[in-house]
Ligand binder design. Structure first.
Ligand code: AMP
Ligand code: ZN
Ligand code: FE
Ligand code: FE
Length: 278
């Protein structure tokens, strides 16, 4: 049987892994396919696709967008979208710029709390990737004032914590419509981590097509709950490891994988969306 990991990051966002490391790791784990889902970036897709052809791993184009509501931060995965669409690229560049500015704001707040992080160090950790809070957390750990990633997020930079700063917001409707316009299949990422099930009906109204039932941070009971919910709402059930290389301590790639049928389901859904929206 063939398997796929549908949620993988590269160093084009906040994974420590290069495309070479991602694709060779997927090959070594015996995966038939992986989806590259960087935060607000599609830059990893072309290099991974090229390497995937050489190493016999199918690369599914994907992305992970962040949307914010007053009381929630929700991640939306997109699959099989036309990632080379010019206006979409421009929108991503705008968000990437705002992410840089946002780091400066969070660093200021952290400095005021006595945590001496420097923006330059955070940008150095991000390298050519979309900079984000995982890089900031890594810089915070280096100061020695924060013991763990969990502390960094729970005490300081988690959603609405004292040193958090908002990103440019895609509203839920904009994020989902953006993906649909370019043939992408919008899927709610790690719903249990997000813990906002009450938002799901609204997302479905905007065109959500799937839900990430299987995820590294989903315990078995939780998975069952989302399987039932997906069946009830007619949503595709996807799954992935959300591997960040060593960015979250250990390599998760392939730890969560789904049967390859799910990939076909997403591809067919993308075709349907293309017929509906063009
Ligand atoms: P950003 O894109 O800058 O909002 O940062 C998102 C990254 O931070 C992702 O890799 C998330 O998995 C990670 N993240 C967000 N909240 C937490 C948390 N409470 N604990 C650990 N990692 C988190
Ligand atoms: Zn991430
Ligand atoms: Fe996420
Ligand atoms: Fe992710």
């Amino acid at each position: 049987m063939k398997f796929a990991d549908l949620h993988v990051h590269t160093f084009y966002s906040d994974s420590t892994f290069s495309p070479e490391e991602v694709v060779s790791c997927a090959r070594d784990k015996g995966l038939a396919a992986i989806a590259i889902c960087d935060h607000d970036s599609v830059d990893g897709i072309v290099p991974c696709t090229k390497l995937g052809r050489e190493m016999g791993v199918e690369i599914i184009p994907g992305i992970e967008l962040t949307i914010e509501k007053a009381d929630a931060e929700i991640h939306i995965l997109g699959y099989f979208m036309d990632y080379e669409t010019a206006w979409f690229g421009e929108k991503l560049r705008e968000i990437q710029k705002a992410r840089i500015e946002r780091i400066h704001r969070m660093v200021e707040k952290l400095n005021a709390e006595g945590i001496a992080v420097k923006s330059e160090d955070v940008f150095a950790l991000a390298g050519k990737g979309t900079v984000g809070r995982l890089h900031l957390a890594q810089a915070m750990l280096k100061t020695g004032k924060v013991a763990t990633f969990k502390d960094a997020f729970d005490k300081y930079i988690g959603f609405n914590k004292p040193c958090y700063a908002a990103n440019i917001k895609f509203t839920p409707k904009e994020a989902i419509e953006t993906l649909l316009k370019i043939g992408g299949v919008p899927v709610m990422a790690h719903p249990n981590v997000t813990d906002k099930d009450e938002c799901i009906p609204e997302l479905i109204e905007y065109g959500l097509r799937g839900i990430e039932v299987y995820h590294t941070d989903h315990k078995p009971g939780v998975t069952k709950h989302y399987e039932t919910l997906a069946k009830e709402k007619g949503l595709l059930m996807t799954g992935g490891s959300d591997c960040h290389g060593l960015g979250k301590g250990r390599v998760l790639l392939g730890g969560v994988r789904v049967p390859y049928d799910i990939v076909d389901g997403l591809r067919e859904e993308s075709e349907k969306i293309r017929h509906e929206y063009r």
